[in-house]
Write a protein that binds this ligand. Structure first.
Ligand code: PHE
Length: 324
């Protein structure tokens, strides 16, 4: 038994010099003093020691126990753990900078266009993306048999509602809520069940414009859109007004800008049709208005040479970072 104790003492001495952390001290404590520890096992054999040796062997074991306990305690206090916060934390090091986001090109484009109109006195308003047939079609003088009402051209939800296919219903909402004079623009998402390809998406963005007063003419429309397009595309931009048809404007035009050798359609516009004023309860013999609508993606693609509309929605940082 005495040999066993001496052997254990030697082992313990060898193990003790290798302790380099509080964790290692704990491992040592369990290995020798734990329930199944080496020293504990020797204590268990004390019962088998002859009665006349018991006292001396017991004293030996207790001496070793005290030595090991005080050694472990000493190491625990002296050897700090690697990774323990107060030892590892250096408050003089610079912090970790979180990655910085940026404004999406579509949102930048909306802000830039809105800014031009805001400076001309147009107020930015918003309308809901889930609309009624009344606001999206009927009040805009769009007849019941018009193809745009077809389920192939509009997403219908439930309870006679739909995902707006244009921002023009915001015209109706604003006119029903307020009285002229009005000068508003309304940016937002619109939805159409188009098959997605390089130039089509089931969701895209438009900006609607509406001005209503007692003396708003077609030349106001021309002047405002001229100013806007030259602000956006440059002061030498050539602009063309081409006759067109929209149910909610009369006369109606599509506006093109010169692009290389050809012309590119940029927006739809016109003077507000008197039928629309009647729908919102305005006196159509007194008020006059102008309205326009443009596609945000199309303008952003033109200005930045983007050849695929899907880039806007795929959240690919290689694309987005170019406009950060
Ligand atoms: N809402 C029309 C479209 O989506 C654009 C437009 C708006 C035309 C306002 C005229 C006046 O094509």
């Amino acid at each position: 038994m005495k040999d066993k104790i001496r052997q254990l003492e030697e082992e313990a001495r060898a193990d003790l010099v290798r302790i380099d952390s509080a964790d290692a001290a704990d491992v040592f404590r369990v290995a020798y003093l734990g329930k199944k520890g080496k020293l504990t096992e020797l204590f268990k054999r004390l019962g088998a020691v002859p009665a006349d040796e018991k006292k001396a062997v017991g004293a030996e074991l207790n001496r070793v126990k005290q030595w090991l306990e005080s050694a472990v305690e000493g190491f625990r206090q002296k050897a700090p753990n690697k990774g323990v916060p107060d030892a590892a934390f250096d408050e003089t090091l610079p912090g970790i900078r979180p990655p910085q986001g940026s404004i999406h090109l579509l949102q930048q484009t909306i802000r830039e266009i809105s800014g031009i109109f805001n400076r001309m006195g147009f107020e930015t308003v918003e309308g809901p993306e889930i609309e009624t047939e009344f606001h999206n079609f009927t009040a805009l003088n769009i007849p019941l048999n018009h193809p745009s009402r077809d389920a192939f051209d509009t997403f219908y939800t439930t309870h006679g509602q739909l995902l707006r296919s244009q921002t023009s219903p915001v015209q109706i909402r604003v006119m029903k809520e307020r009285r002229p004079p009005l000068k508003i623009i309304a940016p937002g998402r619109v939805y159409r069940p188009d098959t997605v390809d390089a130039s089509h998406s089931f969701m895209f963005h438009q900006i609607e414009g509406l001005m209503v007063d007692d003396r708003v003419t077609f030349s106001d429309l021309k002047g405002i859109l001229h100013l806007f397009l030259r602000e956006l595309f440059g002061s030498s931009t050539r602009i063309r007004f081409r006759p067109h048809f929209f149910p909610f404007t009369e006369p109606s035009v599509e506006v093109d800008i010169q692009w290389g050798k050809g012309w590119l359609e940029i927006l739809g516009a016109g003077n507000v049709d008197p039928h629309v004023f009647e729908e919102v309860g305005y006196d159509a013999s007194v008020v006059r208005g102008l309205a326009f609508g443009l596609g945000v993606e199309r303008i952003a693609m033109l200005r930045h040479g983007i050849n695929d509309i899907r880039h806007f929605y795929e959240n690919d940082l290689r694309f987005l970072r170019q406009f950060a």
